[in-house]
Design a protein around this ligand. Sequence first.
Ligand code: 26Q
Length: 822
Amino acid sequence: NILIEDARTGLSVEALKRAISNNLFYVQGKFPEIATRNDYYMAVSYAVRDRILKRWVASVKQYLDGKHRVVSYLSAEYLLGPHLANNLINLGIYKETGQAVKELGKELEWLIDKEIEPGLGNGGLGRLAACYMDSLATLEVPAIGYGIRYQFGIFEQDIRDGWQVEDTDNWLRRGNPWEIERRELNYEVKFGGHVQHYTDNNGKFCSNWIPDLVVKGVAYDTPILGYDVNTTNTLRLWKSEAPKSFDFQLFNAGGYNDAVRQKIVCENISKVLYPNDEQEEGKILRLQQQYFFVSCSLQDMLGIHLRQGDKIQDFYKKFVVQLNDTHPAIGVAELMRLLLDKYQLEWEEAWDITTKTFAYTNHTLLPEALEKWDLELFGRVLPRHLELIYEINRRFMDKVTVKFYGDHHKIASLSLIGEGPKKYIKMANLASLGSFAINGVAALHTELLKKTVLKDWYELSPEKFSNKTNGVTPRRWMVLSNPELTALISDKIGEGWIKNLDELRGLEKFAQDQDFQKAWMDVKHQQKVSLSKKILQRLRLRVDADSLFDVHVKRMHEYKRQVLNALHVITLYNRIKHNPDIDMVPRTVIFAGKAAPGYKMAKQIIKLITSIGEIVNNDPDVRDRLKVVFYPNYNVTNAQKIYPAADLSEQISTAGKEASGTGNMKLSLNGALTIGTLDGANVEIRECVGEENFFLFGLNADEVEEVRVNGYDPYSYYNDNPDLKLALDQINDGYFSHLNTDTFKTLVRSLMFDDQYLVLADYQSYIDAQDKVAETFRDKSKWAEMSILNVARMGKFSSDRSIKDYCDEIWKVKPVPVKLKN
Ligand code: 26Q
């Protein structure tokens, strides 16, 4: 008895060893001589999962007693990254498991590298959801994350002939030991058809939605373990399937082909993640995905609530539902539908409950990224919700018309429905009206929201607005990805910082300590050597680990201005060509990031970077002074290898465009200094680390606005700046493209004649800041001091701090420590 218990839950090396061997034999039917790397990966993962289960069950039990308020996070994306190493760290058994695996004759790192990461997100927004799940569990807050179990996540990027090519991400091909399929937990979701209206026996108006498609959502649960606590929350992702009853009906009617087609239509809904970020795409399937997961999730929450024997009216007391951008905003109409049509509440009561339930986080200032749905299309997919939105809007417009009588512009702007050649539904307005709280993701972003895209909403309900600056989890982004730095820091100030990141402040007093500086820079050097090896393996390119690692990694987008960085690279190259003996600080400029497959300009920017690399990396004049790397397939796995090796963090978006950024935080926490504009969270990072430790350049958000109002004239910058002119001429004349002048035509034309992102306006200021970076880097001790101070002052950017703020100021939830029996 004791033995069995121990093999499932014991945390000692011996217990782990036995658990792994047992799994290999009894679950997989393998023995060491024939077990593959994946068999071992599975065995270790199942051994770890067993240890998580006890905590998971205890957490769920505790939450189900009905006394605790629960956070429900609704997100179309979760960019979790690999599970195994993270769970080992949060369970506190990394060392023990490493030893157990070693005693079985294998290397734990070798197994960890085997894991295919679940890439169920595009970038910042999806990764933020993952960091927030980690912090919620670590802070012992009862929470459940809801989303979609895409069969194919974000595409894999390959570079061929310098261009991006996409490959499907079949992340489930080797199985997924981290999820538990819960076939019994499923809900039906209706689509299309029409709505019948009638009066029932009591004279009550009723609606009956007759769909033309019914889909079943099946729950897949993944445990989210907190660090150094028992709390284990649930990430519940929905997979779409055909309901049994449905295909049988068709089958019996003789429609075999129809039945097969229906099955495919149903399964299609959770098939693939849309790879666009910051660019809305009004496709039917995308709307179906959003409604599918939101409907399953709300039905699930209502079920949990009612099973606890509580009144439906108290739903908002049990659950607070956070909308991760507008992707789940249809939830406002769906909760109304459920309360009205299924639970027969009156309109006022239903609306009161709904607007006490939801809170909305906005992640963008780009007007083109605000979600809109063609009204006609929307009505075809969700006819009942269209009626409800009309009714919500009618009642709202009545109030607004009284309040802003005569101000037609404002009234039109607040309407949930946009007019034009075609009518459309404004999801940000639905989210804003249906929520009791609205927040931006960095101080500047929130201020700009109030002045621009949500201005009228701010004037209408200022009390709803607040800022919640983003954060990142130090468990994954320091402890896991940078164990060497973690050990060095803990050696000096203890391990408290891992859960209380403000304690990093304790490093300040060592910033000038010569020995500490040396140890600090040794760790950095070691990380640069590791990354250099990866680069050599992956790209057959040799880079110098003593050079300045200048890192620009994020999704490819014009507003993020990878082109500005490329212009700097060309300028450095031209300096060498002009003076081959020039004494300059050697640099390795590392880019990585995916472009949305349909985003032509972003793909051209990738080609520009790889083309510059081809010329620069092969020019004998350059020698070891400059290298350009485009590291393919940027994802969580690769990010974890890149951040620790960075000296310089490129955060150079046009001011007023990047809502927050989170890569800026991860790089800074790994000791990189930032070169950046006053955009997003850069503003707050700079305030925290001190302006003397931040390489600032460029126009600020107000100045950008001013330049635009006065008419931006890129051509004049080109004409007046010989270095800039040379660089642009070279791109244009085919210097980097085998004299092919077509390759970068649209890119050059955009930069010189109608660039929305003011690249040329910030060029000289950027070059000057880069020169200052290089000068500073020459003084190794100075650089080390700045890097240490930088990390010491970054405590604010832990997602634990963000989540505490959400808990106290929006969700009103408290921690519930989970106790384990025996
Ligand atoms: C919308 C409609 C149809 C298809 C796709 C989409 C879609 C998908 C993903 C739109 C946007 C996204 C992702 C946006 C995103 O990642 N935004 C980033 O969020 C981060 C977390 O708050 C911020 O730090 C970044 O500044 C912001 O760009």
